[in-house]
Design a protein around this ligand. Structure first.
Ligand code: FES
Ligand code: MG
Length: 586
């Protein structure tokens, strides 16, 4: 039998401890190990199987999560990879969060999933963990949890869905979902057609096929060095995806043997690379919130000014919807992240370590030369000369706001207009389609109370629909401002993440119908043309009462959630001490 020295400390650095990991649930460490082995042997394991690096695998399969619908195949392949490399795979369930099946919002549940992941990784004996996620909030939740748990970890992406075909046109979730719904709202297509296209938008299991949050976080995870090379792009149902899963399992065993902990991967350099990639792929604005939260777990601050500076020098190279034309499967066929990273190399921190134990620079070298393709542009022929995202400030957003300029109408990026204000989502739903709504295409739609605390969970309601009477008249874009988020698959001249939010008394709370608002992306400004005195008077007249809850998760959420510029994480989950600084080069 094994010895009873179950202690951590110096031994922990020597490599895998298997089931011996210093967990004590019964006071007596030896007895605790004895019981662990007795119980796991009840499942038929031999001493030989147990005396190996133990690799945990988060099983996030769920009937409510078709984005993870390939979980059985992925688990089988990850386990094969682990066993071929001499490890013992142990999968365990955690929460699974799908965008469309998470009320009030998936963001509301992201932190819960991160806590579940962190605590189960910490509680159960494992030398490394494979995190399997794909749908928008799952990858950030897992990286947040694993960052806090601190053991060696590797991310496996479930992969994108295939595209479908509707009456000869290629379609995919969910840029086309919005486009078709917009046509239906504008009465350009009928009930039969909207029902037909509903069968085609999601053509297989897997994550949204455009550059939404899921694809963004897949690319970001690879840029962070948290996946095996090429781990971002293979679609969910392909042999390539299964091979990546097998390789991920094998690499997890190597990580365990080397004791390569996550803090050596998630460094300021890695976050800088992730932000560069986010900008170069025209990634989802949600990616900023998630990266801020993940970095916060490592004690690293991502500052918006630094992001904006990077944005000014990072071109958009990836031609994917909604900024461009293609879908994730095309990106994969074009070589995936290897092709992108090769072009982006001059801007990357090549010394950043990855889960392979090699640096990002070494991985780019190993990927070799590229080939002719039309999905990733050469560095000097970008689809958009500057980063897709810009950070705005001004008296309407003292803590910052974001605009995805690559998805905005260039005509509206320097614009002043009259505010048409909606107090909350219900107010918007009640009035947006009314023929009586006093609105023109030159106005600026303002939606309050959809921030982190306001809704709560900062819903993706920042993509305010074009008022029906304008949509019918052919208006395709209008300036919109809110404290919410928008789906990475959406497009338009949309100012998001206004901080501080209305629900905590930010200036947004005091905007009134008819106020003038000025948007200048060039000057990085979002200004409410109302005097400080008048705003102070309004605040005194109508003091904001912050939302509260009596019990449960909602109470915890409302009491501890931070603003967008802090990643919408719970304040007590951030690293206790700030150790890093803004991930940017000088
Ligand atoms: Fe899961 Fe889009 S709904 S990735
Ligand atoms: Mg989304």
């Amino acid at each position: 039998p094994h010895d009873h020295d179950d202690s951590h400390g110096a031994d922990a650095a020597k490599g895998p401890e298997g089931l011996r990991k210093g967990l004590t649930n019964y006071g007596d460490q030896g007895f605790s190990l004895f019981l662990r082995k007795a119980f796991i042997k009840g499942a038929g394991y031999s001493d030989d199987a147990l005396d190996r690096p133990v690799i945990g695998i988060t099983n996030t399969g769920s009937s409510y999560n078709p984005c993870h619908g390939n979980m059985p195949q992925l688990l089988e392949a990850v386990k094969r990879g682990i066993m071929l490399a001499g490890g013992l795979p142990m999968d365990f369930p955690t929460i699974s969060v799908h965008e469309s099946f998470s009320a009030p919002t998936s963001m509301y549940l992201r932190n819960l999933m991160s806590m579940d992941t962190e605590e189960l990784v910490r509680a159960q004996p494992m030398d490394a963990v494979v995190l399997i996620g794909g749908c928008d909030k799952t990858v950030p939740a897992q990286l947040m949890g694993a960052a806090s748990a601190g053991i060696p970890a590797i991310q496996l992406i479930t992969g994108s869905m295939l595209t479908g075909s509707h009456r000869g046109e290629r379609v995919g979730a969910c840029t086309d979902c919005r486009r078709y719904w917009g046509k239906y709202r504008a009465e350009e297509i009928d009930a039969q057609e909207i029902s037909d296209v509903n069968n085609q938008l999601v053509a297989s299991v897997g994550t949204c096929s455009v550059m939404g949050t899921a694809s963004t976080m897949a690319c970001v995870a690879e840029a962070l060095g948290m996946t095996v090379p090429g781990g971002a792009s293979p679609p969910a149902v392909t042999a390539d995806r299964i091979r990546i899963a097998e390789q991920t399992g094998a690499q997890a065993v190597a990580l365990a043997r080397q004791g390569l902990t996550i803090d050596r991967i998630l460094t300021p350099a890695a976050f800088e690379n992730a932000l560069r990639v986010l900008l170069a792929i025209g990634g989802s604005t949600n990616g900023i919130v998630h990266l801020t939260a993940i970095a916060g777990r490592m004690g690293i601050d991502i500052d918006l000014a630094g992001l904006d500076r990077m944005g000014r020098e990072t071109p958009v190279l990836l031609d994917l919807k909604p900024s461009g034309q293609h879908y994730m499967e095309d990106f994969h066929a074009a070589g995936g992240m290897a092709t992108l990273l090769r072009e982006l190399k001059p801007l990357l921190r090549l010394e950043a370590l990855t889960v392979t134990g090699r640096t990002l620079g070494e991985e780019i070298e190993r990927a070799g030369d590229g080939f002719a393709q039309d999905v990733v542009r050469p560095f000097d022929q970008p689809i958009y000369p500057q980063g897709g995202l810009a950070v705005l400030r001004g008296n309407l957003a003292p803590g910052g706001a974001i605009i995805k300029q690559s998805a905005a109408d260039p005509r509206l990026m320097e614009h002043e207009g009259r505010a048409v204000v909606f107090e909350n989502s219900a107010d918007l739903a009640n009035r947006i389609d009314s023929d009586d709504l006093d609105v023109t295409a030159d106005d600026i739609l303002v939606l309050k109370n959809i921030g982190p605390k306001g809704a709560p969970g900062m819903p993706e309601a920042g993509y305010i629909p074009i008022p029906r009477k304008l949509a019918r008249a052919g208006v395709k874009d209008i300036v919109r401002v809110s404290d919410g988020r928008m789906s990475g698959t959406a497009f338009g001249t949309i100012v998001l993440h206004v901080t501080p939010e209305a629900a905590v008394g930010g200036p947004l709370a005091h905007v009134r119908n008819g106020d003038r608002i000025r948007l200048s992306v060039k000057a990085r400004e979002i200004a409410l043309l109302v005097s400080d005195e008048e705003l102070a008077k309004r605040a005194a007249e109508n003091p904001v009462v912050e939302p509260t809850a009596d019990r449960g998760y909602r109470k915890l959420f409302l009491q501890t959630v931070t603003q967008a510029d802090k990643g919408v994480d719970f304040d007590f989950l951030r690293a206790a001490k700030t150790t890093g600084k803004a991930p940017e080069r000088d």
